[in-house]
Design a protein around this ligand. Structure first.
Ligand code: BG6
Length: 512
């Protein structure tokens, strides 16, 4: 018996255990955690699905999709991986499952984490039946035999449905038992937004409307709607799928006030304040300050791809957006008047998730066009980037795939004339630390097992995000208010979006 076997294991019960998320993300993350000796207690993993299958078939299924480098960690976990068939909509089936889970746990009280990787429509009913069957119960979460539930996104479809899901959950569980996932918060570079802002004193004095001209948050993907996902995606769209959660979470971390501590309450109190201060735009503002579009056929990474309307499973007459750009405003003292330009699209030219904080221009332009330089030469040098008249400083925080930070500024070019050229200071995560950032799910599962909800969404945060998105969705529903435009796959989105981004250093084009 190893020392770790002397403490009771933690039981991770994955509902939707035979699904894609479990196979691609959850089990690999658990294998990595277990092989690293985290969380300090052995793991017992139980996949639950409707399909009848025995442990061996489940293990073989998982092994087939395990990345090669992870095989030893997975094999070490295999004896602790189980499968049980059950129907989350049937109380009798869940009662039988509870008896089986108790039997697997043995005599000792085990902590139990139920992960709902289910169809979103099932979340509310599933939580109620988990409680009714005794698989979870309300309890003191400090105890070894904790009961927690992780709920995947999307949490609701709009404010009303998110509220009623929160109500359903709170009827049977305490808030501290509920872990609503936004996997972006598990990304190292997203967490580093807090580190950068609050471990370094130089940023705070300039991190406000007096010094910041505008902030851009971009989540651009090259993938389209993946196989089998059109059914979900077409009823969801880019605003609900990525902006309501990932983009607004990044915005909250960029804009929040310093928390008194990095713990779940302090951090989420500050995030919810930002989200509440996001001004829900009225329909005229939505028309002026938002763009929605969907991709047509085009070329991505050298391959011809079809347009959204021709993807398998997209219904005829669909008007779902795959691109959204919004000029958002935060009504509080720190950010009043500073536009937050939010943008997300599928089938874009390049995969990039980043934040750009653009600072105000110097009040006086001391360094000007070099004396005697012809217009043609001036234009040539400006285009070539060897000369800049005056440019704002921009702090670029690369979330993925180029994880790093870059601060741009101007420096004097060598020579007898006072000519400024662009330069930058950079930090590259992989180069600096010699490793790639860890997978988001690994961190989030570890935290959920430990009962730390700092990187999970609280009920009020989700509702505040929906309140903002609902205002946009309502205006979009008005016929003709914000027409759906098109962009070719492999581009940077519709031309109409450029106007929204006036004032951005380099504009959208600098990404091509
Ligand atoms: C998911 C969305 O939440 O995030 C997907 O449903 C999107 O549509 C994905 O592709 C992006 O995640 P990542 O980690 O690949 O940026």
């Amino acid at each position: 018996m190893t020392p770790r076997d002397t403490v009771p294991p933690v039981q991770i019960v994955i509902f939707g255990g035979s699904g894609d998320l479990a196979r691609r993300k959850l089990v690999p993350a658990l294998a990595r955690l277990a092989s690293a000796g985290r969380p300090g207690r052995a793991l017992q993993v139980v996949g639950v699905g409707r399909r009848a299958m025995d442990d061996d078939a489940f293990r073989a299924d998982l092994r087939a999709s395990m990345p090669a480098g992870l095989a030893p960690a997975f094999d070490a976990l295999v004896p602790r991986i189980h499968y049980r068939g059950a129907d989350v909509e049937s109380i009798a089936s869940l009662e039988a499952l509870r008896r089986e889970l108790d039997a697997l746990a043995g005599e000792r009280p085990v902590g139990r984490l139920c992960y709902l990787a289910l169809r979103p429509g099932l979340f509310g009913a599933a939580v109620a039946l988990l409680r009714a069957s005794g698989i979870v119960h309300r309890h003191d979460h400090e105890g070894a035999a904790f009961r927690r539930v992780v709920i995947e996104k999307p949490f609701g479809h709009d404010l009303a449905s998110a509220r009623s899901l929160n109500d359903a959950v709170h009827q049977v569980l305490d808030e501290h038992q509920v872990f609503r996932i936004d996997h972006y918060l598990g990304k190292e570079t997203v967490q580093n937004l807090l580190g950068l802002r609050f471990h370094n004193a130089i940023f705070e004095p300039v991190w406000n409307r007096h010094h910041v001209e505008l902030v851009q948050v971009t989540v651009a993907e090259t993938i389209g709607v993946e196989r089998g996902r059109a059914g979900y995606y077409d009823g969801t769209g880019a605003l609900r799928d990525v902006v309501q959660n990932h983009v607004l979470q990044i915005l909250a971390l960029v804009a929040l006030e310093p928390p008194v501590a990095i713990d779940a309450d302090a951090l989420r109190n500050q995030k919810v304040e930002v989200l509440r201060a996001l001004r829900p735009p009225d329909p005229d503002e939505v028309a002026r300050h938002s763009v929605r579009a969907r991709y047509g056929a085009g070329v991505v990474d050298g391959a011809r791809v079809r347009g959204y309307a021709d993807e398998d499973g997209v219904p005829d007459g669909s008007s779902t957006e795959t691109y959204v750009a919004v000029r958002a405003e935060i009504d509080n003292w720190r950010w009043q008047g500073v536009p937050f330009l939010l943008r997300h699209g599928k089938r874009m030219a390049r995969r990039v998730t980043e934040v750009k904080v653009q600072f105000r221009m110097p009040p006086v332009q001391l360094f000007n066009r070099p004396e005697g330089m012809s217009d043609a030469e001036l234009q040539r040098q400006l285009r070539g980037g060897t000369l800049c008249l005056v440019r704002p400083n921009v702090l670029t925080i690369g979330i993925q795939p180029d994880e790093g930070i870059e601060l741009s500024f101007g420096v004097k070019r060598p020579g007898p004339e006072m000519v400024m050229a662009p330069a930058s200071l950079g930090f590259d995560y992989r180069e600096h630390f010699g490793v790639a950032p860890a997978d988001a799910y690994e961190r989030l599962l570890q935290d959920a097992i430990a009962g730390d909800a700092s990187l999970f969404l609280r009920a009020d945060e989700i509702e505040a995000s929906w309140r903002y998105c609902d205002a946009i969705l309502a205006a979009w529903r008005e016929p003709g208010r914000v027409p759906l435009s098109d962009y070719p796959a492999g581009s940077w989105g519709p031309a109409g979006a450029d106007a929204l981004f006036y004032g951005c250093e380099g504009g959208w084009a600098n990404r091509a």
